[in-house]
Design a protein around this ligand. Sequence first.
Ligand SMILES: *Cc1c(COP(=O)(O)O)cnc(C)c1O
Length: 428
Amino acid sequence: MTDKRKLGTLCVQEGWKPKTGESRVLPIYQSTTFKYDNTQQMADLFDLKASGYFYTRLQNPTNDFVANKIAALEGGVAAMLTSSGQAASFYSIFNICEAGDHFISSSTIYGGTYNLFAVTMKKLGIEVTFVDPDASEEEIGKAFRPNTKAVFGETIANPVLNVLDIEKFARIAHSHGVPLIVDNTFPTPINCRPFDFGADIVIHSTTKYMDGHATAVGGVIVDSGNFDWDAHADKFPGMTQPDPSYHGLAYSKAFGKAAFITKATAQLMRDFGSIQSPQNAFLLNLGLETLHLRVPRHCENALTVAQYLEENPEVAWVNYSGLKSSPYYELAQKQFTNGRSCGVVTFGIKGGRERSIKFMDSLNLTCIVTHVADARTCVLHPASHTHRQLTDEQLIEAGVRPDLIRYSVGIEDVEDIINDLETGFKAL
Ligand SMILES: *Cc1c(COP(=O)(O)O)cnc(C)c1O
């Protein structure tokens, strides 16, 4: 599926390609099921001998057209939409690991993913070790065990905003014979394509920039097709050994580069059923059609906001990898297209938590919502909202300072965003 056309063209044109007389716009296949003429045709689908649609819990054409567009954007071979980013994270690990297995994750990841890995996966018998993403290769290497099956990280962590050195993480994972999975939600393929730096599998919360308008919760898993499961066959029996729930079919042999996504669809979607609704996939596709226009605007506005904040005497600190003062500036320049990272900036107000709250409550254009990466500028105070169960000590351990304001810069005129920030500072 690798397409030589450029990203903007893929955003607009890839996926649904109508034939003569067909709908110009991606149709919504609002149907749970699909019709066949004889018993054998459907039997072959159930046996994975033929490919086709029979029940939307497994596959739906609308979803597949959108998944194919995202696969092309990431430069992957295949993709699967999921009902949410959380489902994508879970499937990406559970497609590889089973009870008794272990994986390694960067410690700075989205809070929901942290909880999934640390608490819920543990109940399934899968253990995780969190590592400092900025630690040396040698240090991170110490976390490996004989039963380690994967390494996970976030290209730009939400909300800590550290930048993952994907090449370093890929080297570490590959030297131990396991794949690297990267959550690429914040940069999107417009700013970074993790496969170009050695990642094997990419996931997204499509709820964020890909949808971009805060209309539909969703996720996606994309496979590069590059990881050689058979070269480490003993580590990945689920990928390389016969599957008793499909008459002894072995995914790596039967499907080659499509093995990972085929297994995720045939086993995990079949059994867990976290599909994206075709309606939501349609909305996601509308968002994707302008992703290449919105993302650079988010980033330009965010850089202006970050520079403004850095010069403001009320501001204690600003974190944005587009600022020269960021410890991730060099890495961002190398790994991200035109050095752009994302539209999210974090900062703290002098005087700590109470003044940060007062500032936020005085904003007008900027709304307080549990969301990021929306066309509309929005803001959240993790210590009062997403992380409110944690004590100040725990917050600092999680990399979320009590005064941290997560400011998601939208695509409005940046002068109006700055004016709104001015209003907040005047209120202090
Ligand atoms: C929001 C988010 C998720 C979870 O996605 P949902 O669509 O909310 O389930 C995962 N990773 C990152 C980086 C996120 O920002």
